[in-house]
Design a protein around this ligand. Structure first.
Ligand code: 9GP
Length: 834
């Protein structure tokens, strides 16, 4: 793009140059003037102009890394739910004001331009968004890091709601091109699948394991800049695309490998085609394992190649590199690292194992059994024959260790072996090879230690640790809620942007009536903004003076959106019976995508929309309850939603939600939590005080106790509680489906009938119903006391300091990764000050 005379320092944003750059880009990219360009073209032009600014810092950072040679973390993840980059990059360049002015001067609206950017949605939910928050924090704190993932052609599907049902539409996010990415063909790597392993003697007389008769693809990296906040540091998210290894030659036909050429083409095309849209659920598809090995092999190969460009002793690899495995999905990294160390660098098994076990660390994000990856050995060994051999040997040695520790105890082997019952168990491999195993909230880590991974914890207690999740305040407050961000800064200064513990100073304003009014006024304006969005997208008018009660997250039975909507039905019945009763108007807002094949989840979406149709249009209700299902919940509309929420619904079955991160985003934006003692809710309540939240329901110990003793009997509640019975009968008597009374029978069955599921009400919805309804009653009472509510809301913001991803990352750095802090040279640092 346009040439500049000198590198601008992060804080010295050159507005005039930027304007020229935008105009120049519109001209050279599209041969148009600003007036002629479409909004999408203007977004592209602005994006390239911002990338121009970022590129200098990016180059500079990488040059410094070369000089200082800091230890680097490779965050290996199948998912990065980045959200839009433009606004975030401008914020982190500390250039929002000048860019906005520049746009105004050009007659453009920055918000409209930002809205043109497709949400890069290369993730499902919390796991992928956490990875993105972590990258933001790593750059902001000044640590060398790569995010490594896949450049899916289609990210998370777009959700359309048609006739109340979810319809999945492909997410063609790359259609118009991505101004922020850089294709790096010079770092391409070959990745091999299938074939068989032979032992060959090389020219030095060494016997080598070689994979033969394989198919392969070329992995091509695309780099995206991850801009640190105001510090000039830019790390890299490297996502891998696949291409056929050779161009398709017609003469292959004559050579007889026509079929192979076609297969390699297809392999490359299929591998990166689409993100699996499953959250907390593993489908066991062969293509998924291919995706895993594809990006892991390419990332590990490049990490080693990069290390060897500067060092000569591969045995010290771990001194400069850590691989953090984001869930079990990247666990083949363990075996791939072993393979390269032994087969390409000729390390002995013990030497390679020493390096591998000092390099790899594993984060567990779930205890949901259906999310734990297990691959049939037939599939695994056919697809990755050399990797399978290595895992077999890891398993053999691991079993010897178990036997040494627990002589004669077959049960331990059955429970802990990496290969057992014809399956390769990825979590077991990650634990056996990782030097660190962490959960993502205190309660979750305790459950891992005492329940799910008890045997491993007993054998290797030193590996286990907790890292409570966090979120980046720069996207979820500074960018998403500018009114509140300015208000916070006006009261406590701007240090909170890079040190969220400072937000604690807000506490002293919680009792100040003027501050309470200001706070509620900001909340009101954010509610007006969301109400407008809802009117535009749903055609539903909602009253910004009503309580905005919000549950946005993936649709999953354990997250219990069903509990929420059953409670709405219960309130509706009350209003129908007693139209004149006291009732504070409430808007129940939902947003959730369901995995395409998850029937009960999809029917819950239909139920929410069906209840909305009836309740929103019933004259008896008089608008006192409104139900809204926000279509296509994603990072960009999430920012509007969090800012506008009064009540944050965190109502998972206790023990099931490993952490949750939406709960933290709501808290930061001053919503009060109604929730169970699950995941990070426990720590949120600990920080803000139980009196500033609404806690209800079974504890995780109680849930686990029931589970270990065969569940509980929900028919007792059905028989004895007329309110619950009435709501359940409405699922099958056509109240919300007059033309098809049976429509919601599977939901009804999931709660009561042991025939359709192995356990009735597995998620304790009926068991917790009364407690939830009581907690909701308290919400209403509390909201009527405006000052009291404002006080609690301000305290939520003030006590959110712990939940920044900056804190989480610092803990990983101090206790697991041991990275070096990177200091930019004085020249740049000085410029920053000016
Ligand atoms: O379900 C967890 C969620 O509770 C957590 O906040 C998130 C990030 O740690 O990970 C989710 N887990 C998965 O998506 C699959 O393991």
């Amino acid at each position: 793009m346009i040439k500049k005379k000198e590198t601008p320092a992060p804080n010295a944003f050159d507005k005039e140059l930027f304007k020229r750059s935008v105009l120049y880009n519109v001209k050279t990219l599209y041969r148009k003037t600003l007036e002629e360009a479409t909004p999408q073209q203007i977004f592209q032009a602005v994006g390239y102009a911002i990338k121009d600014v970022v590129i200098d810092n990016w180059l500079n950072t990488q040059k410094e890394y070369d000089k200082q040679d800091p230890k680097t973390v490779y965050y290996l993840s199948m998912e990065f739910l980045m959200g839009r980059a433009l606004g975030n990059n401008i914020i982190n360049l500390q250039a929002y004001k000048p860019v906005k002015e520049a746009m105004d001067e050009l007659g453009l609206d920055l918000n409209v331009i930002e809205d043109q950017e497709p949400d890069p949605a290369l993730g499902n939910g919390g796991l992928g968004r956490l990875a993105s928050c972590f990258l933001d924090s790593l750059s902001t704190l000044g640590y060398a890091a790569y995010g490594c993932g896949i450049r899916y052609r289609y990210g998370m599907f777009k959700q359309e709601i048609r006739d109340g049902y979810q319809v999945e539409v492909p997410d063609n996010w790359l259609d118009d091109g991505n101004p922020f990415e850089l294709r790096r063909p010079e770092y391409a790597k070959e990745v091999k699948f299938g074939g068989y392993v032979n032992v060959r003697i090389d020219e030095n007389g060494r016997s080598n394991f070689v994979q033969e008769g394989y198919q392969s693809v070329k992995a091509i990296p695309y780099d995206l800049p991850i801009v640190g906040y105001g510090n000039g540091i830019v790390n890299t998210l490297r996502i891998w695309d696949a291409e056929a290894i050779e161009c398709f030659h017609l003469d292959s036909f004559d050579k007889g490998d026509y079929r192979k050429a076609v297969e390699q083409e297809n392999l490359a095309r299929n591998i990166v085609e689409v993100l699996y849209p499953n959250d907390n659920h593993y489908a066991g598809k062969e293509l998924r394992l291919k995706q895993q090995y594809f990006f892991i092999s390419a990332s590990v190969q490049e990490a080693i190649a990069k290390y060897m460009r500067k060092h000569d002793d591969i045995k010290k690899f771990y001194e400069k590199v850590t691989f953090q495995l984001n869930d079990t999905h990247p666990t083949v990294a363990v075996a791939e690292l072993m393979r390269i160390l032994m087969d390409e660098y000729y390390l002995t098994w013990d030497e390679a194992w020493d390096v591998t076990t000092k390099t790899c660390a594993y984060t567990n994000h779930t205890i949901m059994a259906e999310a734990l990856e297990k691959w049939p050995i037939e599939l695994f060994s056919r697809l990755l024959p050399r990797i399978y051999q290595i895992i077999e040997e890891i398993n053999r040695r691991f079993i010897i260790k178990i036997q040494e520790m627990y002589p004669g105890n077959q049960e331990k082997i059955r429970k802990m072996a990496i290969i057992y019952d014809g399956q390769v168990k990825m979590a077991h491999l990650a634990i056996a090879a990782g030097f660190s195993v962490n959960g993502v909230a205190r309660l979750h880590t305790e459950i891992l230690k005492n329940q799910e991974l008890k045997d491993f914890y007993e054998m290797m207690p030193e590996k286990f640790n907790n890292k409570t999740n966090g979120i980046t305040q720069r996207r979820f407050l500074l960018h998403g809620n500018p009114l509140l961000a300015d208000w916070v800064t006006a009261h406590v200064g701007s240090d909170w942007i890079t040190d969220l513990s400072k937000i604690n100073k807000l506490k002293i304003y919680a009792d100040d009536e003027k501050c309470q009014q200001e706070f509620m006024n900001i909340k009101y304006q954010n509610k007006v903004r969301l109400a407008q969005y809802i009117l535009e997208h749903n055609g539903i008018e909602v009253d910004p003076r009503s309580i905005f009660d919000v549950q946005v997250k993936r649709l999953h039975e354990y997250k219990r959106q069903l509990l929420n909507i059953l409670h709405v039905m219960y309130l509706y019945n009350q209003l129908k019976d007693h139209p004149e009763m006291e009732f504070y108007p409430r808007t129940f807002i939902f947003g959730a995508k369901a995995a395409a094949g998850y029937y009960n989840a999809k029917m819950t979406i239909k139920l929410i929309n069906s209840v909305a149709d009836v309740v929103n249009n019933d004259p008896v209700v008089k608008g006192r309850i409104k139900v809204v299902f926000i279509e296509n919940y994603r990072v960009s509309n999430a920012e509007l939603i969090f800012a506008a929420a009064d009540v944050s619904e965190q109502i998972s079955t206790a023990s099931k939600e490993a952490s949750g991160t939406g709960n933290m985003k709501f808290m930061l934006n001053g919503a009060l939590t109604i929730g169970t003692m699950d995941g990070a809710n426990v720590e949120i309540v600990e920080e803000v005080g139980e009196e500033n939240a609404f806690i209800f329901g079974l504890t995780s110990d109680e849930v686990i106790h029931y589970e270990n003793n065969g569940g509980y009997d929900p028919t007792e509640i059905f028989n004895n509680d007329p309110d619950v019975r009435r709501v359940l009968m409405q699922l099958i008597n056509g109240t919300f489906a007059p033309n098809d009374p049976d429509r919601f029978r599977t939901l009804y069955n999931s709660l009561l009938n042991t025939i359709s599921t192995n356990k009735a009400d597995m998620y304790f919805i009926l068991k917790d119903f009364k407690a939830y309804a009581e907690a909701q009653k308290k919400v209403e009472q509390a909201y009527r006391d405006e000052k009291g509510w404002a006080r609690s809301a301000i305290l939520n913001v003030a006590c959110s300091g712990k939940f920044t991803s900056d804190r989480t990352i610092q803990e990983y750095v101090d206790e697991v990764w041991h990275l070096d802090k990177v200091v930019l040279p004085k020249k740049v640092a000085d410029k920053e000050k000016n």
